[in-house]
Design a binder for this molecule. Structure first.
Ligand code: FES
Ligand code: MG
Length: 571
């Protein structure tokens, strides 16, 4: 075991070491302070993050593993974010959770950390924090819930909420039945069972090398998750001995592999923002264009909602991430390492597909070219993204008149107005939903269909927004428009009736207004009035410092790493 960081607190016989040791004793043996690594278990279990509530049981298995390997496990509750509970959006606090994780790991006498997350923002926040403090770290993803059925039909979390609620609006499902489906939607512990952001980020944490290969995607109630947690606890002690840190594992090569994985699993658009933010903490030069360059050739192989049919427990029984990656092995960077010290590609030899309906072989993909397309144009000079696999193919090239909403309130007030001048060819534009404008860049970009078009059977239209979209949503949605309206982006200048043109093959999103005319316009007062202007607190700090979506929407002063050094003693 190399010289331990925790020895800077506990070593020696001085007054300060006395204080650090004495307050920690409470049952720990003498040798806890002499040469045994102290492993934090950063736990996002919370009653208000229901997808993560079971992580305290997972933490107990991690503890057992740490003990067994001779370490001292120390549970560290960190800020947790429940995607469905927090208003205005959980994303507003991803950076706060990351900052708190980083600071608590740095300030405390710990040598390494096991990160327990699940619900959408929790794994990204933990990885961002761990990257900036750069102590040996490994993730146990909390895993998806089991599939519930309603009237005999499997329900996909999120995706089927959007579908069922549109059915209520269209008059084909009663309110009573809609409410009755709630307990079928959420059948067990665990995070959303669709290929939403939580599933995506759990799997990508493994593709990045930060999870023991084969573990991500294990359903939350599955006993094998506890076995994996136990093994990961043991591994954490090994990581400290080996000095293997996030900066050892996370390289441009591992982000390359994560982008390939994102394409092959048909993962969430939110992964773009999260991967950019994690890379930003490591000083890795990852850009929005890398997602298009590396990812857009990758075939979608996983047939999961929202792009396909199945759910996360199906993916697990079909062979999981490793079986998917084996099919695209030639696209992976073989040099990228995992937490075990071995390259990711080493784990692909023995990774068969057990159900070729759920995981398609490379020769018969669900979609030939998946991934994320990055669009630019006079509507999005800094870039915007679209997930073609979740869009309607016939809308991927489209021109239509804009119907503009100045804020989310404006949208809610008018979208179902029978007099709204809108047809299936219109392009719905919503602004004021970026990181600064809302604030927090909420998942509102998949605007609901106007009721009168729903009644005509319209289920998709081109939509353009500076916000995000739930990973469980679908539709022809151009999102993450950068710069956002509140940061001076041209999205603020579009008027109802302007022709918007989308050409995904050419990677363009434009408004057909001459440059000089666009430049001469100023934003509507209603648009400007909709922008957030927080006076104090976290929201103030956030709005003053948040960067745009094209670089991951991190705070400007959180980029990079401060390492694990602490300059001064506490007394
Ligand atoms: Fe937690 Fe979907 S709400 S993962
Ligand atoms: Mg979400």
């Amino acid at each position: 075991m190399p010289e331990l960081r925790s020895a800077q607190w506990y070593g020696g016989d001085g007054r300060d070491a006395y204080i650090h040791r004495a307050w920690m004793r409470r049952g720990l043996p003498d040798d806890a302070f002499t040469g045994r690594p102290h492993i934090a278990i950063a736990n996002t279990a919370s009653d208000l993050a229901p997808c993560n509530r079971h992580l305290s049981e997972v933490a107990r298995s991690v503890r057992d593993g740490v003990h067994e390997a001779g370490g001292i496990p120390l549970e560290l509750p960190v800020i947790s974010l429940g995607e469905t509970q927090l208003r205005p959006t959980a994303m507003l606090w991803r950076n706060l959770a990351a900052m708190a994780t980083e600071e608590l790991l740095r300030g405390n006498p710990v040598d390494g950390v096991v990160l327990l997350g699940g619900c959408d923002k929790t794994i990204p926040a933990l990885l961002m924090g761990a990257a900036s403090v750069d102590l040996p770290a490994v993730v146990v993803p909390g895993g998806p819930m089991l599939t519930g059925t309603f009237k005999g039909i499997p329900l996909g979390c999120g995706t089927d909420v959007w579908r069922l609620s549109e059915e209520v609006r269209a008059g084909t499902l009663s309110r009573e039945e809609f409410t009755r489906s709630e307990s079928a939607m959420i059948r067990s512990r665990g995070h959303c069972n669709t290929m939403g952001t939580a599933s995506t980020m759990g799997l990508l944490a493994e593709a990045l090398g930060m999870v023991v290969p084969g573990v991500a995607g294990t359903p939350a109630p599955d006993s094998r998750l506890l076995v994996a947690a136990h093994g990961t606890g043991r591994l954490a002690v090994e990581l400290v001995a080996a000095g293997r840190r996030p900066s050892t594992v996370l390289t441009k090569a591992s982000f390359h592999n994560a982008i390939v994985a994102l394409g092959a699993i048909g993962g969430s658009t939110n992964a773009v923002v999260h991967l950019l933010a994690i890379a930003g903490r490591l000083g890795i030069d990852l850009t929005l264009d890398d997602f298009d360059r590396i990812g857009s050739r990758v075939p979608v192989l996983v047939d999961l909602l929202p792009a396909g049919r199945f759910l996360m427990d199906d993916l697990h029984r079909a062979g999981g991430l490793l079986a998917v990656l084996r099919e695209v092995r030639d696209l992976l960077d073989p040099t990228a390492l995992t937490v075990t010290g071995r390259p990711l590609v080493d784990y692909l030899d023995d990774a068969p597909i057990w159900d070729t309906e759920v995981i398609r072989p490379r020769s018969a993909p669900l979609v030939d070219e998946g991934g994320i397309a990055v669009l630019r144009g006079n509507l999005a000079p800094g870039g915007a993204v679209i997930k073609p696999a979740a869009a309607s193919p016939e809308l991927l090239t489209h021109r239509g008149p804009a119907v503009v909403f100045d804020s989310i309130e404006d949208l809610h007030a008018r979208i179902d107005d029978p007099d709204l001048d809108v047809t299936a060819d219109s392009v719905l534009v919503l602004r004021g939903c970026g990181p600064k404008g809302y604030p927090g860049m909420p998942e509102v970009s998949n605007l609901p269909m106007p009721k009168k078009l729903l009644a005509q059977g319209v289920r998709d239209m081109v939509r353009v927004c500076d916000g995000r979209m739930s990973g469980t949503a679908y539709g022809t949605v151009v999102l993450h428009v950068t710069p956002e309206a509140a940061a001076g982006g041209p999205l603020a200048l579009v008027r109802t009736g302007d022709i918007v043109s989308l050409d995904v093959a050419a990677r363009r999103i434009d408004v057909e207004v001459p440059d000089d005319e666009l430049a001469a316009r100023s934003p509507n007062q209603a648009t400007v009035d909709g922008f957030a202007r927080p006076a104090r607190g976290w929201e103030r700090l956030y709005v003053d410092h948040v960067r745009q979506a094209d670089t991951g929407a991190d705070l400007d002063f959180l980029l990079g790493s401060s390492g694990s050094e602490v300059s001064r003693e506490s007394h």
